[in-house]
Ligand binder design. Structure first.
Ligand SMILES: [Zn+2]
Length: 242
């Protein structure tokens, strides 16, 4: 129950495979920022009991609830084309588009010694981005560009893609995604010298609401040497190259 935009702190009991599971409902406030697409914190807001349920239990609940949504919309779930949808959506949420909510799915990244003594910036651009807007549950699709200057360690290039994908596969806000990717790379590479630019289209902007199909959203995080104008301009010049 909502009171002044806050959700009342009432425990919820859910039936999962015949067992009653008590879930404390202590979420508050995150639903009130709505269309403004403002991130509340660098961390994805998660419940304390986020991993009390197994993936299978979560899928069973989501399947039930999604069937309710479809039936509420008036759809006939006995139709062959629709009958499998609640299960498909539940599996897709837990195992694919939101797998990055679970820290257990974080990619294991090993670093290597920078044997070539390469001291300039390394740029990886046009990394595929598939995420989901947390305010509308519609896709965010775009590209991520990353640069870093090695402090003595390097990572495999494909690992950067895996880090981007992990943080993208959650209900997200683009600003938070940008900061989360940058902060993870800083941690792994043991340097502040990391830059991340995200250029993405939000389907909640292009396919509903204002229905602006041409606009895209650009966010950037510049750490260490990338705060210097010359370095930043060098990075942006590489991004402009075909
Ligand atoms: Zn949205």
């Amino acid at each position: 129950m909502k009171i002044n935009g806050f959700v009342q702190n009432t425990p919820v009991v859910r039936k999962v495979n015949g067992n009653s599971i008590r879930i404390k409902n202590d979420f508050n406030g995150h639903d009130v920022i709505g269309d403004n697409h403002i991130a509340t914190s660098i961390e994805t807001p998660m419940r304390e009991d986020a991993f009390v349920l197994s993936d299978e239990q979560k899928m069973a609940i989501i399947e039930d609830r999604f069937r309710d949504i479809m039936e509420t919309l008036g759809l006939d779930l006995t139709d062959d084309s629709l009958s499998g949808t609640p299960h498909r959506v539940a599996k897709m949420f837990v195992r694919e588009i939101f797998y990055g909510l679970n820290p257990g799915n974080k990619p294991n990244i090993s670093v290597f010694e920078n044997k070539f003594k390469y001291g300039e910036m390394l740029v990886e651009k046009n990394i595929n981005l598939n995420s989901t807007c947390e305010h509308h549950f519609l896709p965010i699709i775009g590209k991520v560009h990353v640069a870093y200057v090695s402090s003595g360690e390097v990572i495999g290039l494909s690992k950067i893609n895996r880090i981007v994908d992990y943080f993208a596969r959650r209900p997200q806000v683009q600003e938070r995604l940008t900061v989360q990717v940058a902060s993870e790379l800083k941690k792994i590479l043991k340097t502040e010298d990391v830059a991340v630019v995200v250029d993405a289209k939000h389907l909640c902007v292009s396919s509903r609401g204002i229905q602006d199909e041409r606009s895209s959203t650009i966010t950037a995080e510049y750490g260490g040497v990338f705060k210097e104008t010359a370095r930043r301009e060098e990075f942006l010049k590489y991004l402009a190259l075909d």
